[in-house]
Design a protein around this ligand. Structure first.
Ligand code: VG1
Ligand code: CO
Length: 543
């Protein structure tokens, strides 16, 4: 086996977004595309000589091919050990855990997460650092700089190894250790949650459905829920990972997981239902007759985490992304713990978690997690909910009602306008940004603006500053709208409009969410010129 140095020319646009570099699969399949990006990562982190890397992905189309390419390159660049999930599979939280458990220097996760998979859909790749979390902006910026001038990469003159066989093989001078993707992760879950209580819950006849959406969590959910906790066979739906996610959209929300929502809304639906996304880091929580918004879920988990053994000493603090509702802020206040507001994307939570300032984190996009790993974690959230249900012996619906009666309710919805013409979307954001300063005091429809700005984040741990992280418009009475452009899409621009309004415990806590937010939605459309600029009269997706 010889080490080859191949020349290459830079590709346009290899700029990591909210979570890694996401492109159409065919873009990734171009000769040297993966190589240029991976060598840029290696160069940006000072090389990988002598290092240990964790490598795995969500099993989508091109997963295995990309892994073989990365393994050859890691070996040629001098890495000592690559730890790879069997079959090339690792959920994002499991990869984060492996990096931490094994003291690896970093990891490469192959996923476009909730984006559809297949040769005509999306692929993605991201680099995680030694704490197990997504590389912070300073590193992703350095990677992007490298991609602009990359002129050669190193690889090995060798064939593919067998990713299906657990054990260690040599690839050049590097060892490749193929591991069970589920084992270490399942052991971690058993440390955090009361598995005895969960077994008793299922034994008592408690019913649940978990929709793995043909994505990576299938094997994890089967092993933990069915094989370990005794949930009946068939609890896990769509549990076999497929390269195109059964031609679905592996995004656990009421739109893309509609069959599950319909099931749980019926009279004889299960007590509890949940779903996860392509790479297993998102979660959707449902109870019979009720959908729990991710923002509410974070707040409920923060208020009840101490009921699970892993958090029995309480939580140090909570962090949420800026567009996530303020529901968890109220819990943090009641618990007298710190609460942080970060930009969108899990990479911004890493410092707070490492510093021990927060225990729980969450995003409105169905991401919740804790300091057990440095990624959001879909199954973890499901198990924490189960643990809370087992202890409180109440239905999901009652827990939510009880929560609102204590803290009040943050009505919340996100409206997505997908594949909007990029120039139109950029124009909307630019023009709105320019007039933010003048908005305070003005009235639009039924709402008066009290404050408007462009969110900048000052990381309290390392002092770094991230500008332009979303436009915020606050209204009299505590309502709020946030507008930002997605950093994970692969087609045109996706405009996200986040709407929120607070209702105190003594107010009406059971209004339909879109009705409750109608005035704020209308004011936001007036302020931003949404309809005229995007040509859309309604959002593509409302969650
Ligand atoms: C979206 C979500 C964000 C999440 C990101 C990655 O980003 O809004 O909250 O962190 O996806 O999640 P954007 O830039 O499209 O709004 V995942 O599960 O796709 O890794
Ligand atoms: Co994901």
């Amino acid at each position: 086996m010889t080490i080859l140095t191949q020349t290459c020319t830079p590709f346009e646009g290899q700029k990591p977004g909210t979570s890694g570099l996401r492109k159409k699969t065919r873009v990734y399949m171009q000769p040297s595309y993966v190589e240029c990006f991976v060598q840029s990562i290696f160069n940006a982190i000072g090389g990988v000589a002598g290092k240990t890397l964790v490598i795995g992905g969500d099993g989508r189309y091109f997963n295995a091919e990309a892994i073989h390419t990365i393994l050859r390159m890691a070996s040629a660049n001098g890495a000592t050990l690559a730890i790879v999930g069997q079959g090339g599979l690792l959920s994002t939280p499991a990869a984060s855990n492996l990096i931490r458990q094994r003291g690896a220097d970093g990891g490469l996760i192959l996923s476009a997460s909730h984006n559809p998979g297949g040769i005509d859909e999306d692929f993605g790749l991201k680099y995680n650092i030694s704490n197990g979390g997504p590389a912070p902006e300073a590193i992703t910026d350095a990677i992007f700089e490298q991609t602009k001038t990359i002129s050669s990469y190193k690889t090995l003159d060798s064939g593919d190894i067998d990713l299906g066989q657990i054990g260690t093989v040599a690839l050049g001078d590097m060892a490749v250790e193929i591991v069970d993707p589920v084992e270490d992760y399942a052991a971690l879950m058993e440390e955090l949650f009361d598995f005895t209580a969960l077994r008793a819950l299922f034994a008592s006849g408690f019913t649940m459905k978990f929709d793995a959406m043909h994505a990576v969590t299938g094997p994890y959910a089967k092993a933990i829920l069915e094989d370990t906790l005794g949930a009946p066979a068939g609890t896990v739906l769509n549990g076999v990972p497929s390269v195109d996610f059964g031609k679905g959209h592996p995004d656990p929300n009421p739109i893309w997981a509609k069959p599950l929502v319909d099931l749980v809304m019926s009279e004889d639906g299960p007590d509890f239902a949940a779903a996860s996304d392509g790479d297993g880091d998102r979660n959707m929580i449902l109870g019979r007759g009720v959908y729990v918004t991710p923002s509410d879920s974070l707040a409920v988990l923060a208020a009840n985490a101490h009921l699970a053994p892993g958090y029995e000493r309480g939580i140090a603090g909570v962090a949420r992304s800026m567009p996530t509702s303020g529901a968890c802020d109220r819990v943090a206040k009641a618990l007298a713990v710190e609460c942080f507001e970060t930009p969108t994307g899990w990479k911004f939570f890493g410092n707070l978690l490492d510093a021990g300032r927060v225990t729980l984190c969450g995003e409105e996009s169905a991401g919740t997690g804790s300091d057990h790993v440095r990624e959001k974690d879909g199954l973890w959230a499901v198990l924490l909910w189960l643990n809370i249900l087992a202890v409180r012996k109440m239905s999901v619906k009652d827990i939510l009602q009880d929560h609102w009666q204590i803290y009040g309710r943050n009505y919340y919805s996100r409206h997505d306008y997908e594949a909007v013409d990029a120039a139109a979307a950029n124009g909307l954001v630019a023009d709105l940004t320019a007039k933010l300063d003048a908005l305070a005091g003005q009235t639009f429809g039924a709402c008066t603006v009290t404050m408007a700005d462009s969110f900048s984040y000052h990381d309290p741990v390392d002092g770094s500053v991230s500008h332009n992280q979303g436009l915020r418009i606050n209204f009299e009475g505590g309502g709020r709208a946030v507008l930002r452009l997605s950093g994970t899409g692969t087609e045109g621009a996706t405009l996200r409009v986040y709407l929120e309004r607070y209702e105190a415990p003594e107010g009406d806590l059971n209004i339909e969410a879109q009705t409750a937010l109608k005035d704020i939605a209308e004011a936001t459309a007036l302020i931003s010129g949404l309809t005229e600029r995007t040509g859309r009269t309604a959002p593509d997706v409302m969650t």
